[in-house]
Design a protein around this ligand. Sequence first.
Ligand SMILES: CCCCCCC/C=C/C(=O)SCCNC(=O)CCNC(=O)[C@H](O)C(C)(C)COP(=O)(O)OP(=O)(O)OC[C@H]1O[C@@H](n2cnc3c(N)ncnc32)[C@H](O)[C@@H]1OP(=O)(O)O
Ligand SMILES: NC(=O)C1=CN([C@@H]2O[C@H](COP(=O)(O)OP(=O)(O)OC[C@H]3O[C@@H](n4cnc5c(N)ncnc54)[C@H](OP(=O)(O)O)[C@@H]3O)[C@@H](O)[C@H]2O)C=CC1
Length: 283
Amino acid sequence: MFRRDLLQDKVVVITGGGTGLGRAIGERYLELGAKLAIASRREEVLARAAQEMTAQGGEVFYKSCDVREEKQIADLFDAVFAHYGKVDILVNNAAGNFISPTERLSAHAVDAVLKIVLHGTFYTTLELGKRWITSGQGGVMLNIVTTYAASGAGSGFVVPSAAAKAGVLSLTRSLAVEWAKYGIRQVAIAPGMFPTEGAWSRLVPSDEIAERLMHRVPLRRVGNKSELANLAAFLVSDEAGYINGEVVTIDGGEWLQGAGEFNELIDLSAHDWDQLSAMTRKK
Ligand SMILES: CCCCCCC/C=C/C(=O)SCCNC(=O)CCNC(=O)[C@H](O)C(C)(C)COP(=O)(O)OP(=O)(O)OC[C@H]1O[C@@H](n2cnc3c(N)ncnc32)[C@H](O)[C@@H]1OP(=O)(O)O
Ligand SMILES: NC(=O)C1=CN([C@@H]2O[C@H](COP(=O)(O)OP(=O)(O)OC[C@H]3O[C@@H](n4cnc5c(N)ncnc54)[C@H](OP(=O)(O)O)[C@@H]3O)[C@@H](O)[C@H]2O)C=CC1
């Protein structure tokens, strides 16, 4: 689908790059010639991922980093600049989330999500942005948000995530304007349902919930990680150099189905329609 050298020698930092979608994005970038640095809290997860990801070649540097901690982020970028000499692309992918009635949340639980998603994304963006601005080097920042942020609707039962991701989208759009003069481009992806261990264990705890969710997707399937990774590759590449401040939704049409007033009629049979038409036609 892409030129094999689409991301040749680009140095990419991916937060949460050892698992799930972050890892899938990293694997695609490696195939396209990029050099990776993956970071998250669990060093053993990163080490295993780096080893497996480089089995086919390529380079993956890893460093443990909690994105809620300013000092650890500075240490991360110090280490990546020391190792590779530059950073070209940042993928803000690390996140925390779980389903819960909002009234059951403690302040600590709200903070657990806000600090990873909103503060963590802001801190990495700020740290790298300052370095790029000082050195005169530009780059691309890709933020992974959600459809309930991109649609503006938010979502019950994941309210800390909805609020935090909306903040990240606002950060994306705001800096797309403010930092464009430094050659820094901002883009975002809003994924729908992409089964990962991290998301499914916290958000889809039963088959019944999975079935209900699936019914919301017009294409009647979940997304493949490779589909998301391909979009992530295009958006950070020079081929997408004029896309700035945009969020691209990849959800099989799910949010549109939820938004259209009459879309639930999709389940009606031809027989149902015969009866309804007879009722709605002028007598
Ligand atoms: C379903 C289809 C997909 C549609 C779109 C979905 C959009 C997806 C968005 C995603 O972000 S998926 C990614 C999911 N991955 C992760 O969340 C990975 C990282 N997560 C974590 O580490 C934890 O889950 C965490 C809770 C977010 C943070 O961990 P931390 O160790 O910092 O916190 P804890 O000390 O464990 O807990 C803090 C606080 O939160 C309360 N809490 C934790 N889990 C729950 C829960 N399930 N329900 C209610 N409350 C919870 C916990 O009790 C603590 O509060 P206090 O008890 O101290 O008051
Ligand atoms: N899967 C899906 O259907 C959807 C996912 N998304 C988004 O996609 C992204 C990836 O999610 P997914 O792959 O599904 O889930 P994962 O749980 O696999 O990914 C979350 C990653 O974030 C890392 N992380 C969590 N907290 C911190 C922290 N404080 N500091 C550094 N890293 C941290 C985790 O690693 P560690 O625990 O080692 O720190 C983990 O690697 C997220 O932004 C999520 O919101 C959006 C919509 C749908």
